[in-house]
Design a binder for this molecule. Structure first.
Ligand code: GLU
Length: 277
């Protein structure tokens, strides 16, 4: 498989310096390896994605001097594929409907003994009659991956799951995510499912992304195994921080690539600032 990597932004805002670093890191890695660089638009959250942000992604990356293969994969056009992937897990009893609201979960956690976080909720399917009644009543729910069922399905291989990153082989600890939400009633997929699915479909050999997504690999490798998808190598790069020492976000509007460009910075200056010649 040729070295293939990708930059996968969500069109929920303007790209900033941190995105530029991520995109350039992936792009230069592909170039150095004589491999492929893909751009993927992760627009699964219809409420937050905007066409003008997608247009800005193309414009800003081209300004930075990046080139990517066409056609660009736009997740919003493939929701049926993620639903089909989810269905495979449903059919094997690996996911269950969870009707708890975020508030219920927060309350359950507040009363739990050892400071569990909302991210590692572990639940169980409801008795089927109750589940049916609540579905029929139109109640909202999330599809959660059952770690118990995943463990049972994989047997001893579960405890040996690992992924490779820039530090070498890493033992996966999917428990860090608890029973992760893979889809919600109103969305047919979560980031985790769509991203893992697409990386495999697009032949991504090397996932290169920010340090903030390192934890996600612990879940992604389990999803790959359950869905029988190949496991890419991972490389998580440092984050570009704002002057406040925090990771960049939309509040750092002054560091949006567009703002920097309008303020007269050249793309060469930005590349040099980020350590690329
Ligand atoms: N769409 C994700 C983001 O914008 C990136 C996902 C990934 O690289 O795996 O943070």
């Amino acid at each position: 498989m040729p070295f293939t990597t990708r930059f996968a932004p969500s069109p929920t805002g303007l790209l900033h310096l941190g995105h530029a670093f991520s995109a350039l890191t992936a792009y230069e890695a592909a170039r150095a390896a004589g491999g492929r660089f893909l751009l993927r638009i992760e627009g699964i959250d219809r409420g937050r994605c905007r066409p003008e942000f997608e247009a800005a992604i193309y414009e800003d990356l081209a300004w930075l001097g990046l080139e990517w293969e066409q056609p660009v994969r736009r997740q919003s056009e493939h929701m049926g594929e993620y639903a089909a992937a989810l269905q495979k897990l449903v059919d094997r009893g690996l996911v269950y409907r969870c009707f708890r609201t975020r508030r219920d979960i927060a309350e359950a956690i507040a009363s739990a003994p050892h400071g569990a976080s909302g991210e590692n909720f572990i639940g169980a399917p409801l008795p089927s009659a109750e589940e049916r009644a609540r579905v029929d009543a139109g109640e909202a729910f999330a599809w959660r991956l059952s770690l118990d069922q995943a463990r049972a399905a994989l047997g001893p291989a579960y405890a040996e799951l690992e992924f490779e990153d820039e530090t070498g082989p890493v033992l996966a600890v999917p428990e860090r995510h608890g029973d992760a939400v893979l889809a919600r009633k109103e969305f047919s997929t979560s980031y985790h499912l769509a991203s893992v699915w697409d990386d495999a479909l697009q032949g991504v050999s090397d996932v290169i992304r920010g340090e903030d997504l390192r934890e996600a690999a612990h879940l992604h490798v389990l999803l790959q195994r359950l869905l029988e998808l190949p496991a890419p190598r991972y490389r998580h790069h440092r984050l570009i921080l704002g002057e406040d020492g925090k990771r960049l976000a939309k509040r750092n509007a002054a560091l949006a690539l567009r703002a920097l460009r309008e303020a007269g910075r050249s793309s060469q200056q930005l590349r040099a600032l980020l350590g690329f010649s």
